[in-house]
Design a protein. Structure first.
Length: 199
């Protein structure tokens, strides 16, 4: 990864905004690919994760609730929950110089290179954007280009976190060159063909 990883973070944040924008109020209770979490919980988790990255970098306030035990539904306008978190993360990472060898992150190993740290935050935002979109019947904002760009961060981070932050990889995984989105999702333990259960 190169300094363009910072552009990936912008694209991933935009993907999350796109996924959230216009979701009907009654859709936030729908199930998602994140086992046991509904769409509202995934939104809260995604926002909390971005705040957690910002807090580790700046020493500022982190999420108000545990991102791994998010409450069930967004209160008020979802964008009002999301935007401060995205702004905080973007501002925090803007102050990180490319090539920095040790950057603090909120998950083990707790320090990684600057490019991996930025990629980790982008990966989190983009994949949760996919979770929300497919759960609420909307087009996925996780594009092949974004997925391919995020793959190096996934490969640098995921294996030590299997069973905690990531599920076992789904096999057989789609070919990464032919289907970068499906391959990335499978690597992260999500079924690329997931659809909401019949209601």
């Amino acid at each position: 990864m190169t300094a363009s990883t910072w552009d990936l973070l912008d694209h991933a944040h935009d993907a999350l905004r796109t996924a959230v924008d216009g979701v009907p109020a009654d859709a936030w209770s729908r199930p998602t690919p994140c086992d046991r979490w509904n769409a509202g919980q995934v939104l809260r988790h995604a926002a909390g994760d971005q705040l957690a990255y910002a807090a580790r970098l700046t020493g500022g306030p982190g999420p108000a609730e545990d991102p791994f035990e998010p409450s069930a539904a967004p209160a008020g306008v979802p964008a009002e929950l999301l935007e401060p978190a995205l702004d905080a993360a973007a501002a925090a990472f803007a102050a990180v110089a490319p090539g920095t060898a040790e950057v603090a992150v909120p998950l083990p190993p707790f320090t990684v290179t600057a490019e991996t740290a930025v990629g980790a935050a982008a990966l989190d935002a983009a994949v949760h954007a996919w979770d929300i979109a497919v759960a609420t019947g909307r087009p996925s904002p996780l594009t092949p280009a974004l997925a391919a760009g995020l793959r190096p961060a996934a490969e640098a981070l995921v294996e030590p976190l299997r069973g905690f932050a990531y599920a076992p990889a789904v096999e057989p995984a789609p070919d990464a060159a032919a289907d970068p989105v499906g391959s990335l999702l499978a690597f992260l333990g999500r079924r690329p063909d997931w659809t909401p259960p019949e209601v």
